[in-house]
Ligand binder design. Structure first.
Ligand code: THU
Length: 138
């Protein structure tokens, strides 16, 4: 993987691309995969507020669309002030990540302490809750 500091720099840079005219709250996310690839996302808002998509989900969905093995290694989130990922994004992360995956909630000034996904979402709803199991596709 790229070093944590380059992941941070990438998240900081993509944050500047956020389209957030309604909230003014810009978010950048950098997702590192085990195979070394990095996917970036920023939040994209909409006049119909519910159509907004968060930075984290944009990064994860870009990784899905790129194909290949999807084994997340770490996520860096940059906001100002520091913030935790929202519940919907945590749910998306729970679909693809191990509970131990580190999530760094950073500000443009620095990286800060890493948490784990399980600290943020301890008991996610997942495929084990479904009678009909999802098919593993990759
Ligand atoms: N936002 C994210 O991009 N990620 C989160 O985890 C929380 C919220 C965005 C959505 C919206 O554009 C703005 O931050 C304010 O909610």
């Amino acid at each position: 993987m790229k070093s944590l500091s380059s992941l941070f720099q990438a998240a900081k840079k993509v944050r500047s691309k956020a389209y957030a005219p309604y909230s003014g709250f810009k978010v950048g996310a950098a997702l590192a995969l085990e195979d070394g690839r990095v996917f970036l996302g920023c939040n994209v808002e909409n006049a119909s507020y519910g159509a907004t998509v968060c930075a984290e989900r944009n990064a994860f969905f870009a990784a899905v669309a790129a194909g290949g093995s999807l084994k997340p290694k770490a996520l860096v989130l940059v906001t100002d002030p520091e913030a935790r990922p929202c519940g919907i994004c945590l749910q998306v992360m729970a679909e693809f990540c191990s509970p131990e995956m580190p999530v760094y909630c950073a500000t443009p000034k620095g990286l800060g302490k890493g948490l784990q996904l399980k600290d943020l979402l301890p008991n996610p709803f997942d495929s084990r809750n479904l009678k009909r199991k999802g098919k593993k596709v990759r």
